[in-house]
Design a protein around this ligand. Structure first.
Ligand code: SF4
Length: 409
């Protein structure tokens, strides 16, 4: 095999990592390199570059695979052993040098490292741990590290990964265990859950009460996972039900939804086209409602249903539940205000602050939100009541954004 130069490897292995959706660095232990000690910071701000891929994903981390060689044959993956994609592999030192070099040039705020499986799960995990250990112990790197954990790896290696990384993630891959068995024969849904459970125990132990004075060292930014959407025919309701369980059982920080991308020479069991990106977006919005707005999954969507693509899930819920509206913004509780379409956490909190001193008028609400028209059918203020508008037969049409022509270029 011809030797690839570093630039070519980077091109191959960063491209191969684009299917991993993860860039959030929130919730980690604060570290910095003030006083000339160490390299990097997870404290945000200074010198950190953020970039976004055309599909909106954050790419502010150096997001790469250690290698895209893989002995597994997951049908939905371009790096599967039977794929004829060009292969490359970084050495541990190459990944460390790239991370430190890019960090010092302010290109990145940290490292996201995943990998195909080479030789064995243990061997691969060991290599990934070596990267994180070398960055922390040799380079004194204090920036953010996210390691993708291989669930089949030995528990001691998973623990080591979590001790060096800020966040670890273990992908559940697909919403249904049966789909995983059919499309990723070497993977085991039970083993994935077991590994996630072990990480949860480690995170919980690191956050025990008596140890509160010290920052937890075990994956302080917690764990996350990723589900591919549209590779099987699981509807959105089933996907969100799975997420609901994952959040509850493993205290995940995030479930990432990644729209399936068709790959060359794939099995006929996979769809030929990717689902619309807006489906991924709607899943994120629904997920957000469950985590931050007090919605139960069942309120948002039935298990066999798909989310509406034309309108966001909160608006869809409000249209189905008009009996809950209009809501008087001068007297309503915070929890109910958060259910008004178009009101976010920040705007609700500002309104609650303002209404302590004066009665909210439509103009106040307009100032504190992004758009008043969508809100008007659902709210009452000191100078506004929607009258029959809330129950108007054509309300859906009035509040549905007009379809947009997709860019051809
Ligand atoms: S384990 Fe499966 S999903 Fe991961 S790189 Fe290998 S083939 Fe792709």
């Amino acid at each position: 095999m011809a030797t690839l130069d570093l630039k070519r490897k980077l091109a191959i292995l960063s491209d191969a990592a684009k299917y991993d959706a993860s860039c959030a660095s929130s919730g980690g232990t604060k570290r910095d390199s003030l006083g000339g000690k160490g390299v990097g910071s997870v404290d945000g701000g200074m010198g950190i570059c953020h970039a976004y891929a055309p599909d909106g994903r954050c790419i502010s981390l150096l997001k790469i695979l250690l290698t895209n060689f893989c002995v597994y044959d997951c049908a939905y993956c371009v790096n599967r052993v039977s794929s004829n994609t060009q292969r490359a592999r970084f050495s541990v030192d190459e990944v460390c040098d790239l991370t430190i070099g890019f960090y010092k040039r302010n290109y990145i705020e940290g490292l996201f490292l995943s990998s195909g499986i080479i030789r064995s799960a243990d061997y691969t995990m060991e290599e990934m741990v070596r990267v994180a250990r070398t960055l922390r112990e040799v380079h004194d790197f204090r920036g953010y590290i996210h390691l993708k954990v291989i669930p089949e790896a030995a528990p001691r290696l998973v623990n080591q990964a979590a001790l060096y990384a800020d966040r670890v993630s273990i992908n559940v891959e697909l919403p249904r265990d049966a789909s995983l068995a059919a499309l990723a024969p070497e993977k085991d849904a039970g083993g994935i859950r077991k590994a996630m459970g072990a990480v949860r125990l480690g995170v919980d132990a690191g956050q025990e009460k008596g140890r509160k004075a010290r920052p937890p060292k075990y994956a302080p930014a917690g764990q996350s996972t990723q589900m591919i959407v549209g590779a099987d025919d699981a509807p959105d309701g089933e996907i969100l039900k799975r997420s609901e369980r994952l959040y509850g059982a493993y205290k995940l920080k995030r479930v990432y939804y990644s729209a399936f991308s068709p790959i060359p020479d794939s099995t006929a069991r996979l769809p030929l086209a990717r689902p619309p990106l807006v489906r991924e977006h709607r899943l994120y919005q629904a997920d957000w409602l469950m985590r931050f707005y007090g919605f139960d999954r069942a309120e948002i969507i039935g298990e066999t249903e798909d989310l509406e693509l034309a309108i966001d899930p909160k608006l869809a819920w409000a249209l189905r539940n008009r009996g809950d509206f209009p809501l008087d913004l001068n007297t309503a509780e915070r929890e109910r205000m958060l259910r008004v379409p178009g009101l976010g956490v920040r705007s609700v909190d500002k309104m609650i602050e303002v209404r302590r001193f004066k009665a909210l008028r439509l103009e106040d609400v307009k100032r504190l939100t992004r758009g008043i028209e969508k809100l008007k059918p659902f709210i009452v203020t000191a100078d506004w009541t929607p009258g029959a508008l809330t129950d108007a037969a054509d309300l859906r049409e009035r509040v549905t954004p007009p379809p947009q022509q997709q860019s051809l270029f």
